[in-house]
Design a protein around this ligand. Structure first.
Ligand code: CA
Length: 221
């Protein structure tokens, strides 16, 4: 069941949206306490957030920025305002879509489905190959020269991203971003630890220099 978090201060709209989405078989959390939205977000861990722009304490834009600091969750703004300025700002701040009240229900549901589908589809393909190494994301393994190693989820993500860009330098920031969609912040040191462990494993299957360090710039395969 996909989870949708509703952040809307108007109780009538909130109730209407909750019922509507529950009828569509989503699991819904409608926030009614606006003091600690971020911790409610982290506990519920939604697949999508519906975010009202006009909220009692801080507006939806500010909240969107805060959510973006900790998560890549899809965000759809729902608001009575309808200037193109707001729309642009919403999308610039990392919103995925923008719907104005009064909303048309079939359109709202269609947009939710589209954003959820897009979020699911942005994941990497399951099997990848580059420079003598192949990986299976669902199998959690990497193979080279007939040998196989098991990799952790983070190690796989790092490798998958580097393998999608062979010959290109990938910055540390970019990799940290890749590791970061499960709402848990990854710091610089965590990335270093993962890279070191990954290199150790690749060495076991005969690829000790597979990931090169480009000093001050990032990594490259
Ligand atoms: Ca409002």
């Amino acid at each position: 069941m996909q989870k949708i978090m509703i952040i809307e201060d108007d109780p009538a709209v909130r109730r209407e949206l909750s019922l509507l989405l529950e009828n569509e078989r989503y699991q819904v959390l409608a926030v009614s306490d606006f003091m600690d939205i971020l911790s409610q977000f982290q506990t519920f861990d939604p697949d999508l957030v519906l975010l009202d722009l006009g909220l009692p304490d801080e507006d939806g834009f500010t909240l969107c920025m805060k959510l973006r600091n900790i998560s890549r969750v899809p965000i759809i703004f729902i608001t009575a305002r309808d200037s193109s300025m707001d729309e642009l700002q919403a999308l610039n701040l990392g919103g995925d879509d923008y719907i104005t009240k009064p909303y048309n229900i079939p359109v709202l549901l269609a947009r939710i489905k589209t954003v959820l589908r897009r979020a699911a589809g942005s994941q990497e393909p399951d099997r990848m190959e580059a420079r003598g190494l192949s990986i299976s994301l669902s199998g959690g393994i990497a193979c080279a020269g007939g040998q196989t190693i098991e990799l952790t989820r983070n190690e796989l993500r790092i490798l998958a991203h580097l393998m999608q860009h062979p010959g290109e330098i990938v910055s540390r920031t970019e990799l940290i971003d890749i590791l970061w969609d499960n709402h848990i912040y990854i710091d610089d040191n965590t990335l270093s630890v993962n890279i070191t462990r990954l290199r150790g494993k690749l060495e076991e299957i005969g690829l000790p220099d597979y990931i090169k360090t480009r000093r001050g710039m990032g990594y490259q395969i």
